[in-house]
Ligand binder design. Structure first.
Ligand code: NAD
Length: 495
């Protein structure tokens, strides 16, 4: 495959997948633009209320047969999906880069993490087993059966167009439910290709549905009595809205929200290993990860601080920027020009509020190749940031590092825990005592020790605390199996 070969070659109108059929939406249509090249690559429909209703109806109709399909037979569809994803691994990854802008290596990582959830869900015959107690009283037994509920809505964000619905969908269908997926309308191609492969994998019509669109589709899901629960990943304001709406309509819910992650550097950190980890954490995916480093919090004297920051700034200024399909590129564009404008607004606010701009990623960006500047931004570093500044407290979601200092570990923990977010905080240290203290006292759902992106594997829950997560059970692994099933308890006595 040539270096820049793009998998999407023609602009086509994306369709919905409802009840096993690809259907043209009656809704208005939006362009999907490749942020690196500025070219329109697809047209996505903003589907109507009738269309989400039709998808829920198809899912409800498919449920009784799917629920009685044995877990082994259901897992065979997932095994087949896994095979198809491996066969199409490179194409699926290139689609992500083409529509989102991330580098091809980042897309390959995303594809791999998505597939791992399919692999874990293949174990559903054992994952879904209940438990049994003999003789809870004389001659009486009691057991628990996890049972599917019906239909789940799965709503994804723009920053991981392929992987994030796979934190939920494989477990939902493996446990015998049917799903309606609403991808982010900014990046609809990755889920469309995934859904084609799910169709090929042999899920019966109505088990795996997809409806493109925005707020109308989400509201349609939230208000629909035929939807039993929602798995949502996106920003904190939307997560709060979804959580509240599900509470009002009695739906179970996972609502994963935004973040503002601290990366803590202790003076005893292994600097050589830490700098590359920080580059990936702050600038990987162009800073558009819920697990991205946002605030770099350094403990240590001036000498340590200055030499550490010299190394950080030097490494950040060497990042190769360009079109992610070029293998030599280390950072792609941000997703669209509105997001770039928002990030530029944050940079301006940092200057206004008195932070020191150490590395300025604005203006003409040096790009490998000949591409419009529209969505490109260079790595940006601010020093002398305080937690009350906007750049120190709000989620920027771009390649901007806000550097702060702390006296000691107690102050570190106080500063981190004062943030309303609690998604993925990390400490870099060679002291087991520091590491243990940090993981024990930090209010963060995912905690890194010398790891800059704390992305839980598919067989661990994707956690989150405070404004980063609303709900109880999480996506991925055993917790997802529990979320997508109700515990039916049976007590039996034979007279
Ligand atoms: P977003 O909240 O704007 O959109 C997420 C989804 O909700 C999209 O499908 C969108 O169409 C829909 N939506 C948006 N506004 C809505 C509204 N008012 N009513 C109903 N539906 C609405 O989020 P985004 O910009 O696509 O994604 C980036 C955000 O997601 C960041 O805040 C990031 O931290 C967060 N995120 C969190 C996690 C996590 O695991 N906690 C993972 C990835 C991304």
């Amino acid at each position: 495959m040539a270096i820049l070969e793009e998998p999407i070659k023609e602009v086509s109108l994306i369709k919905n997948f409802i009840g096993g059929e690809w259907l043209k939406s009656k809704g208005e249509v939006k362009d999907v633009v490749n942020p690196a090249t500025g070219k329109t690559i697809a047209k996505v429909p903003i589907s109507t209320r009738d269309e989400i209703d039709a998808a829920v109806k198809a899912a409800q109709e498919a449920f009784p047969d799917w629920r009685t399909t044995t877990p082994l037979a259901r897992s065979r569809c997932l095994f087949r999906l896994k095979e198809l994803l491996e066969e199409n691994f490179e194409e699926v990854s290139r689609i992500q880069t083409q529509e989102h802008g991330k580098t091809i290596d980042e897309s390959r990582g995303e594809t791999r993490r998505g597939i791992e959830n399919v692999e874990v869900a293949c174990g559903i015959p054992t994952l879904m087993q209940g438990y049994f107690s003999e003789d809870i009283a004389s001659g009486i037994d009691e057991w628990l059966i996890p049972t599917p509920l019906g239909v789940f809505g799965i709503i994804g964000p723009f920053n991981f167009p392929f992987m994030i619905p796979l934190w939920s969908a494989p477990y939902a269908v493996a446990t015998g439910n049917c799903v309606v997926i609403k991808p982010s309308s900014e990046v609809p191609n990755s889920q469309t290709r995934l859904t084609e492969l799910a169709d090929e994998a042999g899920f019966p019509p109505g088990v795996w549905n997809m409806v493109h669109g925005g707020r109308t589709v989400v509201t349609g899901m939230l208000e629909h009595p035929g939807i039993n629960g929602i798995a949502f990943v996106g920003s904190t304001p939307t997560a709060k809205y979804i959580y509240k709406a599900c509470g009002e309509t009695g739906k179970r819910v996972i609502a994963q929200g935004g973040a503002k992650n601290f990366m803590v550097i202790m003076p005893d950190a292994n600097i050589e290993a830490t700098i590359p980890a920080l580059m990936t954490s702050f600038f990987g995916n162009t800073g558009q990860r819920c697990l991205s480093g946002a605030n770099l919090l350094i403990v240590g004297d001036d000498r340590f601080y200055n030499s550490f920051m010299d190394a950080v700034a030097a490494a950040a200024s060497r990042i190769v920027i360009g079109y992610g399909l070029d293998e030599s590129v280390q950072m792609g564009p941000v997703r669209d020009k509105e997001k770039k404008e928002k990030i530029l607004g944050y940079i301006e606010s940092g200057i206004q509020q008195g932070a020191k701009l150490r590395l300025d990623g604005r203006g003409q960006v040096k790009i490998a190749g000949d591409y419009p500047q529209t969505c490109f931004l260079g790595a940006t570093i601010f020093e002398n940031v305080t937690p009350d500044m906007k750049i120190g407290s709000e989620e920027i979601f771009g390649p901007v590092m806000s550097v702060m200092r702390a006296k000691n570990l107690d102050e570190v923990i106080e500063m981190c825990n004062a943030s309303p977010f609690g998604n993925g905080q990390a400490i870099f240290t060679s002291s087991g005592k520091n590491a243990r203290e940090f993981q024990y006292r930090i209010t963060s759902g995912n905690v890194g020790i010398n790891v800059g992106i704390v992305a839980p594997m598919a067989f661990f829950p994707f956690s989150g605390m405070k404004d980063s997560f609303f709900g109880i059970l999480h996506t991925q692994g055993q917790e997802a199996v529990r979320f997508f099933t109700e515990s039916k308890v049976v007590i039996q006595r034979w007279l």
